[in-house]
Write a protein that binds this ligand. Structure first.
Ligand code: ZN
Length: 413
């Protein structure tokens, strides 16, 4: 008599309750039309070009985030072992997961420089996209590299895009110019990967380089929470019953510590400059709910706040933290200045007394008046309060040559 195998109890397919967060933000920067958005799409399969549509509708410009998991095939060698798919496209075997990365797509239009600068505050490394079919550097190529340098982003990889549009000789010549441009700005030995983003050419090589050159930093998980807000939403449908109304949701990136459901947090300086206290009631990222949130990617924090406070990105620029991590908000800044040297645009870059300046502090852009300016220091009085973290580099733009240009960074004394 054969022994009957006892049927195993059927396990109900349990829905995965919590998802996994990206562990690093990599910026996608460079001159307009050099191919940032098509490269983001080639790397992540997602299209982040919400900028132009938002411009048309005349609403605020959001930074685009797109997440992807990188894998490595243990059966293949060289660059072709690197992929953004769980199955190796070369040999068809299962590939090993490396990490989940969030790309932050910054607008390249010169008028959106303050958005790019607030984006730089969220980046841990960057891909600088430079088109092979144009002279290097173009104005925003330079401006964006300055912004990276200023934000202290040392780990960068250059994607030399559109190599399909030039011949070999031109590509080599262009690469020499890129190298010289990087070296003049203090970026030595930056890897330059020739790619053709439109048909995902050499994207495996780029993934390999990102894994090697941009490691996940140590975010200080045991430090008190600090989060920069980049967006905010009212998630209620029009006409929802008051009993069904959900609290305001704030999106951004944690730069230090962690957030948990049930945590009491402070928001400074607060919209209309009134500091807010709230409770975290939910946490999520692009792929679903989170139990606990740390640095990396866009985190959406559900709060008990009235959702009118979070409508239409009203919370952009705010900082979430607690008594331990958040300094008091201020309008008066006493800054040590570091002027930026430029190659392409030769503008009058010194700050003068009684002129206007736009300051980018974290993700907050603030308009101010220079009340006194000396060789390497300035006093600036802002129209609205900001939160300045210890040692934080503040980007200073002034109107020059008919547009706002990044001229210096300041550190609060
Ligand atoms: Zn393989």
């Amino acid at each position: 008599m054969t022994e009957k195998k006892q049927a195993k109890p059927v396990k109900a397919k349990k829905e995965k309750e919590f998802t996994e967060q990206a562990e690093i933000n990599i910026g996608m920067v460079g001159h307009v039309d050099h191919g940032k958005t098509s490269l983001t799409q080639a790397l992540t399969g997602k299209w982040t070009d919400t900028h132009s549509e938002e411009l048309k509708r005349g609403i605020s410009i959001r930074l685009g985030y797109a997440d992807v998991i990188f894998y490595k095939c243990e059966h293949c060698r060289g660059s072709q072992a690197y992929t953004n798919k769980p199955v190796c496209p070369t040999c068809g075997k299962k590939a090993k997961k490396l990490r989940k990365v969030s790309f932050v797509d910054a607008p390249g239009h010169e008028t959106l420089m303050t958005t790019m600068l607030s984006g730089a505050a969220l980046m841990n490394g960057a891909v600088l996209v430079i088109a092979a079919n144009e002279k290097c550097p173009q104005p925003q190529t330079e401006e964006h590299l300055m912004a990276l340098k200023m934000a202290g982003i040392g780990n960068i990889v250059v994607a030399q895009n559109k190599v399909d549009l030039v011949d070999k000789k031109e590509a080599i010549e262009n690469m020499k110019h890129i190298k010289a441009f990087l070296e003049k700005n203090g970026y030595k030995d930056v890897p330059i990967i020739p790619i053709a983003a439109n048909f995902a050419g050499n994207v495996d090589m780029l993934i390999e380089q990102l894994e090697k050159s941009i490691p996940t930093p140590n975010f200080g998980l045991n430090k008190p929470l600090l989060m920069y807000c980049a967006r905010s939403f009212d998630i209620n449908k029009p006409g929802a019953k008051s009993s069904e109304l959900k609290g305001g949701v704030i999106g951004g990136t944690i730069i230090q510590g962690k957030a948990k459901i049930g945590d009491r947090v402070l928001i400074r300086p607060g919209p209309e400059e009134k500091e807010l206290a709230t409770e975290i009631v939910s946490l999520s990222c692009s792929s679903g709910k989170l139990k606990e949130a740390i640095a990396g990617g866009l985190v959406a924090v559900g709060t008990t706040l009235d959702s009118s406070l979070t409508q239409n990105d009203r919370m952009r620029g705010q900082v979430i933290g607690n008594e331990k991590s958040l300094p008091k908000a201020t309008t008066e800044l006493n800054l040590e200045l570091n002027y930026i040297q430029r190659l392409v645009t030769n503008v009058e870059s010194k700050l003068n007394s009684n002129e206007s300046a736009v300051l980018t502090v974290g993700t907050m852009a603030a308009v101010g008046l220079v009340t006194s300016a000396q060789k390497d220091k300035a006093k600036i009085s802002l129209k609205n309060k900001v939160i300045v973290l210890p040692g934080q580099k503040i980007a200073i733009s002034k109107k020059a040559g008919g547009r706002w240009q990044l001229v210096a960074y300041g550190i609060s004394k």
